[in-house]
Design a protein around this ligand. Structure first.
Ligand code: NDP
Length: 248
C-alpha cells in the first residue's frame, strides 16, 4: 500500500519549485492532489495532466494565497468536490530581499502577506473540516532564516519565524482532535526562487553546508511526505530543518 493512498492533499503555490515536487511525490504515493497558484499557466496545466496520468485525482485552482476570502472559497470548493482534506501544505512564498534602510513598507507587506498571512488563511479555511474529520496533517514551509535570521531578509525571516509560532500554537489548539501541525525549515534549495542568486553567493552557501551541496526540491518533498503520512502519526509541533546540516 502506498503511503498516501485514499488521502487528499492541497498544496499552495505548487505550479513550480518545491510545491510542484511535493505534488508529484504525493501523487506517486497515491494521494489525490489539489494544486493552487496565483494563476493558471502552461506549467500548472502540464502538472495537472502529469498527476492525472498517475491515476490520482488532481485539480488546479487559481488562488492568491494572501487572500483570506479566496481561501474560504477554495475550502468550499474542496468540500463540495472532494468531501475532505487530509493534508494541507502551506508552501506559497516570495522574497523581496533588501537591507532594512532600503526596504519599503510594500516590500514588508507583500512578503508577510504571501508567506505568513497565507498560512493563517488556509489553516483557518480548512480547520473546521479537519476538526469534523478528527484528523489532518498541516505542513507549513518555513525556512532556516526564520530561525537564524539573514541580512537583507528582515521581512522574509520575520514571516518565516511567524510561521514557527503559528505552527506550535495550532499544535496546541487542534491536537486534541487528531490534527497534527509541523513546519519544515529548508536551507538553500535549488529552485526558481534561488536561481536569481549569483554563483558567488551559491558557492559561499555550499562551503558552509556540512553536506557540501545545495538541497533539491526532492529533499524537501521527502520530509513533507513523512509529515503527511501516518509514519509521523506521533509527530506534531516540530520544525524539521532540511538544510544539509547548515544550522549547526
Ligand atoms: P518558487 O518561487 O520556485 O515557487 C513558489 C511558487 O509560489 C510559485 O509557483 C509562485 O507562483 C507561487 N506563489 C507566489 N506567490 C503566490 C501567492 N500569493 N499565491 C499563490 N501562489 C503564489 O519558490 P520555492 O519553490 O523555492 O519555495 C517554496 C517555499 O519554500 C516558499 O515558501 C519558500 O519561502 C520556501 N523556501 C525555499 C527555499 C529555497 O531555497 N528555495 C529555502 C527556504 C524556504 P508564480 O510562479 O506565479 O510567482
Amino acid at each position: 500500500m502506498k503511503l498516501l493512498e485514499n488521502k487528499t492533499a492541497l498544496i499552495t503555490g505548487a505550479a513550480r519549485g518545491i510545491g510542484r515536487c511535493i505534488a508529484q511525490l504525493f501523487a506517486d504515493e497515491g494521494a489525490n492532489v489539489i494544486i493552487t497558484d496565483l494563476r493558471e499557466s502552461e506549467s500548472s496545466v502540464e502538472l495537472v495532466n502529469e498527476l492525472r496520468a498517475k491515476g490520482v485525482r488532481c485539480d488546479f485552482l487559481a488562488a492568491d494565497a494572501a487572500s483570506t476570502e479566496r481561501a474560504m472559497e477554495v475550502a468550499d470548493w474542496v468540500a463540495k468536490n472532494y468531501g475532505r482534506l487530509d493534508v494541507l501544505v502551506n508552501n506559497a512564498g516570495i522574497t523581496r530581499d533588501k537591507l532594512i534602510l532600503r526596504m519599503t513598507a510594500d516590500d514588508w507587506n507583500a512578503v508577510v502577506e504571501t508567506n505568513l498571512r497565507s498560512v493563517f488563511n488556509y489553516t483557518k479555511a480548512f480547520a473546521s473540516m479537519m476538526l469534523k474529520q478528527r484528523a489532518g496533517s498541516i505542513i507549513n514551509i518555513s525556512s532556516i532564516v526564520g530561525l537564524i535570521g539573514n541580512a537583507g531578509q528582515a521581512n522574509y525571516s520575520a514571516a518565516k519565524a511567524g510561521i514557527v509560532g503559528f505552527t506550535r500554537s495550532m499544535t496546541k489548539e487542534l491536537g486534541s482532535r487528531g490534527i497534527r501541525c509541523n513546519a519544515i525549515a529548508p536551507g538553500f534549495i535549488e529552485t526558481p526562487m534561488t536561481k536569481q542568486l549569483s554563483e558567488e553567493t551559491r558557492q559561499t552557501w555550499v562551503e558552509n553546508i556540512p553536506l557540501h551541496r545545495v538541497g533539491t526540491d526532492k529533499d524537501v518533498a521527502r520530509v513533507a511526505l513523512f509529515l503527511a503520512s501516518d509514519l509521523s502519526g506521533y509527530v506534531s509541533g516540530q520544525v524539521i530543518a532540511c538544510d544539509g546540516g547548515l544550522m549547526l
